[in-house]
Design a protein around this ligand. Structure first.
Ligand SMILES: [Zn+2]
Ligand SMILES: [Zn+2]
Length: 404
């Protein structure tokens, strides 16, 4: 076995030679996007690609669907198992770019960059398959469906159906359009927030809009709740602990002159600290009950726990950081800020040590600076080579590290 830095140099060279191929594969996925849990053709394409490389596809199809692929690459010598994960779903967003490779599936687009993840991971599989004699252990490739919908989570289904069996560590990547192209970001500990959904239903007594005294108006506590709920984050939680409560939907009523029986509010809770996450349900209920009783209404509060926060294992993240410096250059590697968005990669991390890293793909000069999920979302494809190298370099580095 040569030393790690020469192996990573080899990975880097192979990746840059594959540049056109990686871009072509990414454009194939971009033209043919499929939404969460319907990634049938995408999964078939991936499975065929992996089989052509001589990998054995352990399974295609999870959660009762034909979405998701798991394949193993066994090195020439035995050892631990490191998993690499790419998510594969697109979004129900109608693309508005004029790229030659724009979506052919009307109303569906890879507007989050998961097409980039898949093409980079397939390229990493090809690079690593040619380096079997350098691999002591196994590398598992996890192509995960249904990241975007939160629930039912693709990560969760894959774990329940054995995708992590025998795995000792896992790495995952996300491209970001708001980070300059080519910049690699890592972070130890918490890095992405948990994401949970809450609903509050205020029940009063419907009546005539002209005679409110004969009715009990549920809009009044609902309106009070919209304001009062923000005092949880501004007055109850330590300002140094980041927490967000956002209301995304209010439903109730039929027309201008009728007071309805019910109004429902639904929103999102984001936290980093799992202990605070556990307290949020009681806090919301207390505020909702308080405003409801002040205005003679009844109320019901429900919290649905969707996705825990992404928390990176410190030693494994250090392994990644060192590999990234070798693969991308010291000047292109930095610590990530905390991100309030969520990722179901966190479910994998509940089972095995994992690290989730980021690759900047933003480039305003070519229009690649729209937010993720925007109909105009685009990436700078030149970063795909780095993405492939990062996946492969991380896998080899983690295997070396785990065996010690
Ligand atoms: Zn997304
Ligand atoms: Zn995404």
């Amino acid at each position: 076995m040569g030393d790690l830095s020469s192996k990573i140099a080899e990975i880097k060279k192979s990746a840059s030679l594959m540049s056109d191929e990686i871009i072509a594969v990414r454009r194939h996925f971009h033209r043919n996007p499929e939404i969460s849990w319907r990634e049938t053709e995408t999964s078939l394409y991936i499975a065929r690609g992996l089989e052509e490389l001589g990998l054995s596809v352990a399974r295609r199809g999870f959660g009762g669907t034909e979405s998701g692929v798991v394949a193993d690459l066994a090195g020439d010598a035995p050892g631990p198992c490191v998993a690499l994960r790419a998510d594969i779903d697109a979004l129900p967003v109608a693309e508005k770019t004029d790229a030659d490779w724009r979506s052919r599936n009307r109303g569906v687009t890879h507007a989050c960059g998961h097409d980039a993840h898949m093409s980079a991971l397939l390229a990493a599989a090809k690079i690593l398959a040619a380096m079997k004699s350098d691999i002591r252990g196994r590398i598992r490739f996890i192509f995960q469906p249904a990241e975007e919908i939160g629930s039912p989570s693709g990560a969760r289904a894959m774990i329940d159906e054995g995708a992590l069996d025998g795995v000792d560590a896992i790495g995952g990547m996300h491209v970001w359009s708001f980070v300059r192209a080519g910049l690699v970001q890592w972070k130890s500990g918490p890095v992405m927030a948990s994401s949970d959904r809450f609903g509050v239903k205020f029940t009063g007594r419907g009546g005539h809009g002209a005679m409110p005294h004969d009715a009990i108006d549920p809009f009044v506590p609902a309106a009070a709740f919209v304001n009062a709920v923000q005092t949880i984050t501004s007055r109850e939680i330590n300002p140094l602990d980041a927490v967000v409560v956002s209301i995304g939907k209010i439903t109730g009523g039929e027309t201008h002159n009728i007071i309805p029986d019910e109004v429902e509010i639904c929103g999102s809770i984001r936290t980093f600290n799992p202990e605070i996450r556990r307290t949020m349900e009681d806090r919301l209920r207390r505020v909702a009950d308080g405003v409801a009783s002040a205005h003679r209404c009844r109320c019901e509060t429900k919290v649905e726990y969707l996705v825990p926060g992404v928390t990176n294992d410190a030693p494994l993240t250090e392994v990644f950081r060192r590999a990234a410096v070798l693969a991308a250059g010291k000047e292109n590697v930095e610590e990530s800020p905390l991100l309030m968005v969520s990722e179901d990669f966190s479910f994998f991390q509940k089972r095995v040590p994992g690290t989730f890293f980021f690759l900047g793909a933003g480039n305003p000069a070519i229009g690649a600076d729209y937010p993720h999920h925007s109909p105009l979302f685009a990436i700078d494809e030149s970063v795909l080579v780095t993405g492939a190298a990062l996946y492969a370099a991380f896998a080899l580095s983690a295997l070396e590290n785990l065996k010690q």
